[in-house]
Design a protein around this ligand. Structure first.
Ligand code: DGJ
Length: 734
């Protein structure tokens, strides 16, 4: 009988509030190593008790006192999802205005369901309702057991008579209590994305947000680390990571209350964003991606990287090819021959994919600069008389794959598209439309624009059966927002509907083209979030290809997003963005820590550089499975200010590893680099071989065999110490 009931439950795939849960009033969301614990109080509030290392026994949480917390004026404990109302005077997760003008909301437990999606994922839905109004709020948790990641989102619906004004609806809320809290977040600008800052939070509210609508991660990012009781350490201490999977406006707020509790709230930005929700309709928030480790931020990153490869990338299990992208090598100034020459040269040193960047389209207004023709996605016949198919086939015949650039959300004021569809352009009533990089933005809240974007993608891919990669760019953000499509009352839906429109276009594109690789590029790292990433294979972290700057950008980026998806290209010298001159070895050694590519005119490589590049590309192919699929262990942070950076990747079976070290400044003749390795098997014997040598070996033990525990306990030293010196070591089990 018991077996039969179990079979029925499994067939239904879900269990509603198991009897044990009802008895104890406790709801847990668990992965292999983590638990979130919630309890239902006597007055039917759902209390947020805990998020951290996993529990065997959760019953002590039934104790009505929340760890003997004094009365903080809010209630005896933080609730799972605080709505504005009652005694909650802090920033609320939810703020509504009901039909009758009432500004407050109360949420109590209705029921909950637990469903196994498969043998790795469990979905828990906790349903809350307002006892006075027909308003229903569902909290959704998806727990990824193996990866120790929990994704959280919220949906709201109602049966009030008229529209309900949803003024703020966060994806997630997390209350924490510690002696101190350290927030790591990111700021920057074009070509200097993901600059890391770590700061101790003080009483009051810290907000990290974007109101740019598009390119929301160019100057800040919706990912953060929170470390308790001290700055985040690689291998020690409690660290939470949060990352909002949303490509539109976002807001994360960190508020310390009068009892010293930290209230973390993250979701879509409520700025000019009231959503008028019709009765019977549902508003769904984006997902907040959470992970945690009590052993430092290294594990937090490894959790997110595993999760990304398994769930958050289009083809996370593919090893990605070595690319030559035409942008910095040719910009807009190319002919058919420029491109075929680049392909010939790329083939000669082992490149596996050629990508034709901006400048290939537009006839009435040829795209010979960034001033015209976005929207007119037809091949420029003068520049490329034999079309894209000729070039793509040329590449394939040389053994390379072929990719091409588009920017389908945008339109140039001087374009046939702008002439034909002025109503498709984002604008604020009759105000002038302000161009940025000489372009305007198409209004993706309009389904006709979504259709256009999907059609553009289809048509570009159809230019040749040999196209296997698309670089999707987006070079401006939203200002003076407004939509000709949305009604006057619903202009504030723009921010949400734009991003939902973008995702809906992506869904259709992915359905039509499941096997195409797509790069997420938005003036560099302008759209670096897990919401967009799942439709893509990789991202362009920054338009800054200067290797020294890339060390900082890639370090921060890879705290959350995996190396395999981090397009990192070797460019020419002096560097086009910074004018700095780094040796080719240093440029390769940096780019090889991500998805290696090149961003130069191969003809500019001369003398010894050509054989070096050929050898480095060969070496990359050797280490690619370790870099793209392995575990990241960080050894020295460039942000420490000591002038070093170092990290390693280790294969899952710990048989192979690759180590990188960089000197970022002149260290003086007597100072040398030393570090202990991490993550190896202490019992294994490893041969250490230096790769990409440009002269003498920089490691005294080059070619020798060392025990794993020696490498991790005694460590290694290197003879690097001048600016731009670097070392790459391949470490293989013997
Ligand atoms: C910005 C991108 O980040 C660059 O790589 C390049 O594609 C240009 N746009 C082309 O306009």
């Amino acid at each position: 009988m018991k077996a039969l009931l179990l079979t029925v439950a499994l067939l239904l795939g879900c269990i509603t509030a198991s009897s044990q849960d009802k008895d104890t009033g406790i709801i847990t969301v668990s992965t292999n190593d983590l638990s979130m614990v919630f309890s239902i109080s006597a007055d039917k509030k759902v209390v947020y008790n805990y998020f951290g290392d996993k529990f065997q026994h959760v019953s002590p949480f039934l104790n009505k006192k929340y760890k003997e917390q004094p009365d903080n004026g809010i209630g005896y404990a933080p609730v799972i999802y605080p709505a504005y109302g009652g005694r909650f005077f802090l920033n609320p997760a939810l703020k509504l205005t009901h039909n009758d003008g009432v500004q407050t909301t109360e949420l109590i437990y209705a029921d909950h369901q637990v469903k196994n999606i498969d043998n790795n994922r469990t979905e828990t839905v906790i349903r809350l309702k307002d006892p006075l109004y027909p308003v229903f709020v569902n909290l959704n948790f998806t727990a990824y057991r193996k990866e120790n990641v929990i994704c959280q989102s919220v949906s709201i619906s109602h049966q009030e008579k008229n529209k309900l004004a949803v003024e703020n609806i966060a994806s997630a809320y997390l209350p924490l209590h510690a002696d101190s809290y350290y927030l790591t977040h990111f700021h920057g600008a074009w070509a200097s994305e993901m600059q890391l800052v770590e700061e101790k939070l003080t009483p009051g509210v810290k907000r990290v947000e974007s109101k740019k609508g598009v390119r929301t991660t160019q100057s800040e990012n919706s990912s953060f680390l929170l470390s308790l009781n001290g700055p985040a350490n690689e291998d020690r201490g409690e660290v939470y990571a949060g990352s909002l999977a949303w490509s539109g406006n976002y807001l994360s707020s960190f508020e310390i209350d009068e009892c010293g509790l930290l209230h973390v709230m993250s979701g879509m930005n409520d700025f000019a964003s009231t959503y008028n929700l019709e009765p019977g309709k549902t508003l769904q928030t984006p997902e907040m991606v959470w992970t945690y480790s009590s052993t430092g931020k290294g594990q937090v990153s490894r959790n997110l990287h595993d999760w990304s490869r398994n769930y958050a990338l289009a083809h996370g299990d593919w090893e990605l090819p070595v690319v030559l992208n035409s942008w910095e090598g040719a910009y807009f100034d190319f002919s058919e021959k420029t491109i075929t020459d680049m392909i010939d040269d790329a083939a000669a040193f082992g490149v596996e994919m050629f990508v034709l960047d901006d400048g290939w389209f537009g006839n009435k207004y040829p795209r010979n600069s960034d001033k015209v023709s976005l929207g007119d996605w037809q091949v420029n016949k003068k520049k490329l008389p034999r079309g894209i198919d000729y070039l793509a086939k040329y590449a394939v015949d040389k053994g390379l794959k072929f990719g091409i650039w588009i920017e389908p959300e945008m339109v140039s004021p001087k374009s046939e598209l702008a002439e034909k569809h002025p109503e498709w352009i984002v604008k604020s009533g009759k105000r002038d439309i302000i161009p940025m990089r000489n372009q305007w933005l198409l209004d993706l809240s309009n389904p006709a624009v979504q259709d256009f974007v999907v059609k553009t993608f289809d048509e570009v891919v159809a230019l040749s059966p040999h196209i296997s990669y698309i670089k999707w760019d987006a070079n401006r953000h939203v200002d003076n927002f407004g939509s000709d499509y949305l009604s006057k009352e619903n202009q504030t839906h723009f921010w949400i509907e734009y991003t939902k429109g973008l995702y809906s276009a992506y869904e259709r594109i992915r359905e039509n083209h499941p096997d195409i690789m797509i790069q997420l590029c938005s003036s560099g790292g302008g759209r670096l979030d897990f919401g967009a990433l799942k439709y893509h294979d990789e991202f362009w972290a920054s338009d800054n290809t200067n290797s020294l700057d890339r060390i900082f950008i890639q370090y921060s980026t890879n705290l959350f997003f995996p190396a395999k998806a981090t397009a990192a290209h070797v460019s020419t010298t002096p560097n086009h963005q910074t004018g700095m001159m780094a040796p080719l070895k240093f440029r390769f050694d940096v780019a090889m820590t991500g998805r290696l590519g090149m961003e130069l005119q191969p003809k500019d490589l001369t003398g010894d550089e050509l054989p070096f590049a050929e050898e480095a590309v060969k070496n990359y192919k050797r280490i690619r499975p370790i870099v793209q699929m392995g575990d990241l262990y960080r050894l020295k942070s460039p942000y420490d200010g000591n002038g070093w950076a170092s990290h390693m990747y280790i294969s899952k079976d710990k048989k192979e590893s690759v180590f990188f070290a960089y000197s970022l400044k002149y260290h003086g003749r007597t100072t040398f680099f030393e570090t202990k390795l991490k993550g190896l098997d202490p019992a294994k014997m490893y041969k250490v071989t230096e790769l990409n040598k440009a002269g003498n070996s920089t490691f005294y033990g080059d070619g020798q065999v060392f025990p794993g525990d020696y490498l991790m306990k005694a460590g290694i030293s290197l003879t690097i110490g001048n600016t731009y010196e670097s070392t790459v070591l391949l470490i293989t089990e013997q």
